[in-house]
Design a protein around this ligand. Structure first.
Ligand code: PLP
Length: 388
């Protein structure tokens, strides 16, 4: 049976050019070795870093290769642990503020810090799933100014796009010690126009496998180096010690060049909107269908046209996922990292009740999704509704 893939937010299908590159010979030496093989590997790694930097328009020395988006996020959050020593002797521990719709790689690490005694606060979102100045000011008025904030740019379950320039401006204008502003850009890169400098971010996370690249390689942008939570051989400026993944770094550079150039993003975005128009208009004409949030439209810049959350009244999301899988379509509930979870924190934060939350399922598309895939999906959903 032909398979049609609508779970790009969990993992993008591998790009042929990147897979070819992965099979090619890359310098195998350890980039830290001083001999010719080592120097060749170092050159390849630094070339990869330069290429990533050129696409992301940041200085190459501000980029650190990691193993994945999760590690990039965790390195930033847990840097608070190392800062802690500076706050010993009576000074208050630094506070972390994260949004209620963050990916588990932020949320769970924030909760871990809370268990370790750090002041950790969660900012709510509006009904559309977006963090607002209002939600930030409400929590900051109550809990005080944080030292670190984590607000993602594009939500992986609903596609909500945060107004990062507005939010960072708001945070920068609060009196008191400076805030480190971190943003998880895993679902944003290659999907919406990015501007790390203009968004005034102190750090940002990326992952190759959402861009058609391999697992095991991520990237962290840091405006200033941070103290690592673990040490080792000092690789990646000591921020992420461990022998570097040269092959992965080259693959990530290739993915960014292929998918994250502004002109490519603009074109991919426009095509995605056209396909989403088709899907959204078909879904909203189906009985029992509710989009999450309900006002969702394809051309609305508040939402990424690559991710859509929908629900059918009386049909659990899990049932839709299984029925569509049987029919040859890959969709999902929530994020792959929390599949099987008993709660849907992102949807709950938007004010959805449990029943609706558990009816929700995610459809996500990418650059190679075709209009015919959307048409086939619409037909399959219609058939499932008639049969169930
Ligand atoms: N952040 C977001 C928004 C994600 O969607 C994901 C993966 O689903 C991650 C972080 C984690 O990335 P990785 O799978 O590379 O650890």
């Amino acid at each position: 049976m032909e398979r049609r893939y609508f779970d790009w937010a969990a993992a993008a299908p591998p790009e042929t050019a990147v897979s070819t590159l992965l099979e090619m010979e890359v310098p195998f030496g350890n980039p830290s070795s001083k001999h010719t093989e080592g120097r060749r590997a170092r050159k390849a790694l630094e070339d990869a870093r330069q290429r990533c930097a050129a696409v992301l328009e940041v200085p190459a020395e501000r980029l650190y290769f990691t193993s994945c988006g999760t590690e990039s996020n965790a390195l930033v959050l847990h840097s608070l642990l190392v800062r802690q020593k500076r706050y010993s002797g009576g000074a208050a521990l630094p506070a972390l503020l994260y949004s209620a719709v963050e990916h588990p790689s932020i949320r769970e690490n924030a909760l871990l810090l809370e268990r370790l005694g750090f002041p950790v606060f969660c900012a709510g979102v509006e009904g559309d799933g977006r963090v607002s100045e209002r939600s930030l000011s409400r929590i900051i008025a109550k809990q005080g100014k944080p030292r670190l904030t984590a607000i993602m740019a594009v939500n992986n379950e609903t596609g909500a796009v945060m107004d990062m320039p507005k939010l960072t401006k708001f945070l920068r204008n609060i009196d008191g010690p400076p805030i480190h502003i971190h943003s998880d850009l895993v679902q944003a890169v290659g999907k919406i126009p990015l501007d790390i400098q203009r968004w005034d971010l102190d750090s940002a996370s990326f992952s190759a496998h959402k861009l058609g690249g391999p697992r095991g390689i991520g990237l962290l942008y840091l405006r200033k180096p941070l103290e690592p939570i673990y040490t080792g051989g000092g690789q990646e400026g000591g921020v992420r010690p461990g022998t570097e993944n040269t092959r992965g770094a080259l693959a990530l550079a290739e993915c960014l060049e292929r998918r994250a150039h502004p002109a490519v993003v603009a074109e991919t975005y426009a095509l995605a909107v056209e396909r989403w128009k088709l899907l959204i208009s078909a879904l909203t004409s189906m009985e029992r269908c509710r989009l999450i949030p309900v006002e969702r439209e394809a051309e609305d810049p508040r939402f990424s046209p690559f991710i859509l959350q929908a629900a059918f009244h009386g049909i659990p999301g899990e049932v839709m996922v299984r029925s569509l899988d049987d029919a040859g379509f890959a969709v999902s509930t929530g994020s792959a990292c929390s599949s099987g979870a008993k709660t849907r924190p992102v949807l709950a934060a938007m004010g959805l009740d449990d029943t609706l939350s558990f009816e929700g399922f995610r459809i996500s598309q990418g650059w190679s999704t075709g209009v015919e895939d959307i048409e086939a999906l619409i037909e399959a959903i219609g058939k499932i509704l008639r049969e169930l």
